[in-house]
Design a protein around this ligand. Structure first.
Ligand code: PAZ
Length: 314
């Protein structure tokens, strides 16, 4: 496996990196002055390009539901939110109106002189509360959106965000729900142009991506409340893998989930305990989302952590 520092030395930052870094800096400085709590929510899957001029890539599963829904609930708890997401994955607020849903809510009229577009009367009750919350979050500048495609983009942004979050110390919460590639093709081993099928089936050799949770938890944001997610498909591995991760990286919590049941069951694993958060069938039918109790639980634990830290300092 490449050492984490070598990764940054051998992989160029994305072209929009400096713009995003300035946005992160400005957002964090403002919220730190206000003594707000802040959360970094990562969301969606990272890609691994197979060519520099990328036609083909390997992808990691994640629609962005967990991250985008959670970002909304953190805003409800008055957190400033950095929403770091995969381009075209689900985003807070707009996630409620995907595909044709939004267009189906609109009417268009043309009286020959002007054209107007209105929300259909029976859609106003659905659209208005979502739009109101979106406007409130944007106008009060409580949310910053930054996006990534590849695993390298993601790792550059993650470190830049951490550099800005360090100043918040215990007030920062990291909610690492993105599905980050474990394997990649290093930039110096990638062909420039599209792999040609005429040359036969390619043998693609993937290398291990360095585990950035190690420097993140111990060096970049050592005082923050760091929560990572663990996705598995084998129930027998779930808790062991979550415990291994906590043991290796020494962070505060792993939220473990199984691919097929992730929308109604997760297991919180901390160094001292583990417990399940789940939705009953009735709750799911009523439209309750599991991210609501997940976020409520974490906010409570984050408060205890902040209070514990300030008591220790006294
Ligand atoms: O984005 P989504 O709601 O479709 O899926 C969420 C998830 C399963 C990607 C997330 O809960 C998760 O487990 N993320 C970490 C994945 C990993 O182990 O790399």
């Amino acid at each position: 496996m490449t050492h984490w520092e070598d990764f940054y030395n051998t992989h160029l930052p994305p072209t929009d990196f400096e713009d995003n870094r300035s946005l992160l800096k400005e957002f964090c400085e403002r919220h730190n002055k206000l003594q707000n709590r802040i959360v970094l929510v990562t969301s969606g899957g990272t890609t691994v390009p197979l060519e520099h001029n990328t036609v083909r890539f390997v992808d990691n599963f994640s629609a962005g539901t967990r991250g985008s829904a959670s970002a909304e609930y953190f805003l409800d708890h008055d957190y400033a939110v950095i929403f770091m997401y995969r381009v075209k994955s689900l985003e807070p607020f707009t996630r409620h109106l995907t595909g044709q849903q939004f267009f189906d809510m609109l009417d268009i009229t043309d009286n020959g002189q002007s054209t107007s577009i209105t929300v259909k009367p029976d859609s106003v009750d659905v659209f208005a509360p979502i739009l109101a919350k979106y406007k409130q979050a944007r106008e009060s500048q409580m949310i910053l959106y930054v996006n990534f495609n590849t695993v390298a983009d993601y790792l550059w942004l993650l470190r830049a965000a951490c550099e800005c979050l360090a100043a918040f110390e215990e007030r920062a919460l990291l909610y690492l729900a993105a599905a980050v590639s474990d394997f990649y093709v290093p930039q110096d081993m990638m062909p420039t142009h599209k792999i040609q099928s005429g040359q036969g089936a390619p043998t693609i050799s993937l290398q291990l991506v360095p585990k950035m949770l190690a420097p993140l938890a111990s060096l970049w944001v050592p005082h923050a409340f760091v929560v990572s997610f663990k996705l598995e498909t084998d129930e027998n591995l779930l808790i062991t893998k979550a415990r291994d991760s906590l043991f290796k990286y020494n962070h505060k919590m792993v939220i473990a989930n199984i691919l097929q049941t992730r929308k109604h069951r997760v297991v919180f694993v901390s160094p001292t305990m583990s417990y399940e958060v789940h939705l009953s069938r009735e709750q799911a039918l009523q439209g309750l989302e599991i991210e609501e109790p997940i976020v409520a639980d974490l906010v409570k634990r984050h408060s205890e952590y902040i209070n514990g830290a300030s008591t220790n300092r006294q």
